[in-house]
Write a protein that binds this ligand. Sequence first.
Ligand code: MLC
Ligand code: AMP
Length: 505
Amino acid sequence: MTAPGASLTYGQLVEASRREAHRLLDGASDLQDARVAFLAPPGLEWVVTLWGVWQAGGMAVPLAASHPPPELAYVLDDAEPAVVVAHPELEARVRPAAESRGIRFLPAPNLSASGADAPPAALDREAALPDVALDRPALMIYTSGTTGRAKGVVTTHANVDAQIESLVDAWAWTRDDRILLVLPLHHVHGIVNVLGCALWSGALCDIHPRFDALEVWQRFAAGGLTLFMAVPTIYARLIASWDAASSAEREAWSAGARQLRLMVSGSAALPVSVLERWEDITGHRLLERYGMTEIGMGLGNPLAGPRRPGHVGVPFPGVEMRLVDEDGAAVEPGRPGEIEIRGPSVFREYWRRPNETVAAFRDGWFRTGDVAVLDHGSYRILGRRSVDIIKTGAEKVSALEVEETLRQHPGVLDCAVVGVPDPDWGERVCAAVVPRTRGLDGEALKEWARDRLAPYKLPRSVLAVSALPRNAMGKVTKPAVRRLFEPEGSTARSETAPPSTHTTP
Ligand code: MLC
Ligand code: AMP
């Protein structure tokens, strides 16, 4: 396990995480599934905290490093953690909220002072840690939905094991693998697919605290990696960076990338143009796969064998899937239907939301809300059933949550938020706003929202309209709102009202 300027062997990781478990237990014998929320940049402290929480019998709640204090406070109120752990770099964002709620606060484990190089404390090595059964909760990841605010997706140790084992099997992970991690660690993609599989396999994980295109290319060129996994926006950024490089750099970077054994894309639709360009540059046909926080990974193209552009392959080992119509009946082969998933990787519940948990399943099958079709023996994702779920840069955003927040601004009478197709981000968050008074400044509205919402939820375009397009029932018609932001939107715009403000940051 390496991170800038530091590394841990597996032996050191075990020692440091046992020490962390004892610190969290603070004399208790078992955390008894208490939530431990933690905020740290991707790095060794993050991994030690995760393993510490698990060994102490707690449920790990990773917080998003990009979130502003109100979003973090929401998670604290919802998860009700017994402990909050934060890295000094990010502590100011969460410590006041933890302390004002009377939650025990701990700084992230200081590995340089007491962890990696320090001799293990005899007490820590010998003192018993709880036996944690596999059916106990391991992880809670917050995800946006169509109802209300973000929900905690609870997975047990057995679920996490199943999610990891399925990928280790499908992608033939071994202890000789070496993967570069550039994804945020508040999603399954980074936590399970990259870090989790590496830890499970005893492989090397080279952790970078954030994505930087130049650093990634230089790391490829430095050699020694076998695996890379990222979202389509990252591949698009890497392509742009390669295009801007000198011919000597291009040659070295491409040669470095060619040495890897597998490159994977997922979390959002991979444009065929990106797949083709990446293949030209690196010789790798990206393996596209489909997943979701609630299920881990569902479908993937083969490790060996043809990978169809625009397709997401077939179910992973241990995953059962079916395509159904609105009534839950299996669709005819070749017809589109909603993906439903069943199997040991599927989550246990939405935290303290029994009704939403029940509604998310049909006869034991998890209803993903994604529509797909089987085409030449491999599935193709056609889209989502809800227009109110936006995927931007592979981050899921609830349009309703952004609308709720914007409506709290005194200058906003009403608004509608949509995802507009975008070549780099997949979708772009856009807001049509009915101002309460004249002269509402879209840029100022975005700045106001920045203190309240995660950066990726902020509307990148704000358009002032005198009224929102509605159907005969008075319901806002989102497709018409979306057309307001599309290049040929001028005709749609005149259906509603002339814009008075249009900012495209
Ligand atoms: C950052 N910004 C975004 C954004 N990320 N805007 C829209 N969508 C996003 N996802 C904003 C920044 O706040 C900033 O705004 C501007 O874009 C430029 O910032 P940046 O520094 O250039 O962006 P960066 O921080 O580099 O982030 C881009 C990114 C990141 C693509 C690296 O978004 C990312 O890591 N995405 C991956 C998310 C992920 O892991 N998803 C997996 C979900 S699990 P401003 O206004 O300040 O200029 C899942 C299941 C599965 O989906 O199948 O895996
Ligand atoms: P999240 O809820 O953040 O875990 O995101 C899961 C969602 O991302 C899925 O429900 C899909 O809508 C989308 N998704 C993941 N992988 C893909 C893919 N390969 N192609 C299209 N959409 C995807």
